[in-house]
Design a protein around this ligand. Structure first.
Ligand SMILES: [Zn+2]
Length: 439
């Protein structure tokens, strides 16, 4: 960067800071209004209400809006329709399109709250609420950033889009996945995508690890529990699977490291979680006071959640589990198994030299005074659909909020963090949508 460009950047930043500071109260009320709409998912409540709110709000700021229902996607019904909104503001000249995508759904409230999860409780710099950091605070920051930018630089080139989408917390099939299938996310209509998930205001999240969920079932034969030798215990067979996992699979996965900068650092390897285990008689209903009957379990099932790396072959993830089960089968009389795949998402990681990474990185450096950290998320988010379905590789997550607070009781967001992030987002828009005059 030349000294001319540097001076220009700091003058633009100063102007944006002024506009954002003037909108501090609007930022707070936007956040609290969004928090007051309880968009709990599951089951997917109030999607239409939050879209209507965003519709009114963004139309007032000169955006053209589209309300889109993902009819027929998982969970969509007349009682719980999957509504999404895409809003677009056109610049004065043709140019690139920058898109901010936020999910509008929140997870269940859960126990342990000392604040009202929907009341917009506020003290000093902090606003509490379910979804404050994940991710209504990020959505509010992107709205304020766009409004501040448009007010000060109305002659910009290109377009700005803001979307509020459904169902991220349950896979995104009634939200970004569906929109990508309908052609809303593709390189022909959008150039840069920023997802304001709470990855901290000074970090750029390039993508996420892959996921493979599956059920493993071991087979047995039912018999009277007093004569177990007449049956075959599926739970003991599953015991052999768990033993083999401890002896060979877990150490093998832990030894697989990655170039992906996953945070937290313990996730910088392959991992496997045993999500659940069920075998034998079902758990009796609450209140049932009888005794169990004596039976040898004929079936045992575990659900596994395997997270994998860019460096791993997706097919091998399943293959090595099958190999392990075959090995047990060759050694253990009566052992038989079955795998049912539940779902799979490949890893996604945007290149560090992608244009949106460069623009947001320069903006973070100007606002925060130091270059960004590059991170990768241990779990997935909607980037997978933009990458895989939309074929739009120029996509990152960047937004205010502390990742670890997501889904916790007393979730909160800092107003200062939202304002700093809004400055980064505004400066990113300037970088991408104002033609260079300096140099
Ligand atoms: Zn989120």
């Amino acid at each position: 960067m030349t000294s001319n460009q540097k001076a220009e950047t700091s003058s633009i930043l100063e102007q944006l800071r002024e506009e954002i500071a003037a909108r501090r109260e609007a930022l707070i009320s936007t956040t609290c209004d969004l928090l007051a709409i309880p968009t709990l998912n599951p089951p997917g409540q109030h999607y239409r209400d939050i879209c209507d709110w965003l519709d009114r709000r963004l139309q007032k700021s000169g955006f053209q809006t589209h309300l889109l229902r993902a009819t027929g996607t998982p969970g969509d019904s007349d009682k719980y329709p999957r509504w999404n909104i895409i809003a677009r503001h056109e610049g004065k000249q043709p140019g690139q399109t920058v898109h901010f995508n936020s999910h509008t759904d929140i997870v269940t409230v859960g126990e342990g709250w000392t604040k009202d999860p929907f009341g917009g409780d506020r003290e000093g710099d902090i606003i509490w609420g379910r979804g404050a950091c994940d991710m209504k605070g990020g959505l509010a920051a992107s709205i304020i950033a766009a409004e501040a930018f448009i007010a000060r630089f109305p002659d910009y080139h290109g377009a700005i889009e803001i979307s509020g989408t459904a169902d991220e917390e349950t896979g995104g099939y009634g939200g970004v996945a569906w929109l990508a299938e309908q052609g809303w996310f593709n390189p022909q209509r959008v150039d840069h995508v920023i997802i304001p998930e709470p990855l901290n205001k000074d970090r750029i999240c390039l993508g996420h690890r892959g996921v493979w969920w599956a059920e493993i079932e071991t087979k047995g034969r039912i018999a009277h529990g007093s004569m177990p030798f007449l049956g075959d215990c599926a739970v003991r067979h599953m015991g052999a699977v768990l033993e083999e996992m401890e002896a060979s699979l877990f150490p093998l996965l832990a030894s697989r490291t990655t170039e992906m900068p996953v945070v937290p650092e313990q996730a910088r390897q392959s991992t496997l979680n045993i999500n659940s285990i069920h075998g034998g008689l079902p758990v009796p209903e609450a209140g049932y006071t009888g005794f169990p009957s004596a039976c040898v379990p004929d079936k045992c099932v575990i659900t596994i959640d395997r997270r994998y790396l860019m460096e791993e072959e997706p097919d091998r993830v399943r293959g090595e589990i099958e190999q392990m089960l075959d090995k047990i089968k060759s050694e253990r009389p009566g052992f038989d198994w079955e795998i049912r795949e539940l779902w799979q998402v490949h890893p996604s990681m945007t290149e560090k030299d992608a244009p949106v990474v460069g623009a947001v990185g320069r903006a973070i450096e100007a606002v925060m005074g130091q270059p960004p950290d590059f991170v990768v998320s241990p779990g997935t988010y909607d980037q997978k659909h933009i990458d895989r379905i939309g074929k739009l590789k120029n996509c990152i997550a960047y937004g205010p909020g502390i990742l670890e607070l997501a889904h916790q009781p007393d979730e909160w967001i800092s107003i200062k963090d939202m304002m700093d992030s809004a400055a980064v987002m505004g400066l990113t828009l300037a970088d991408l949508l104002i033609p260079q005059t300096g140099g």
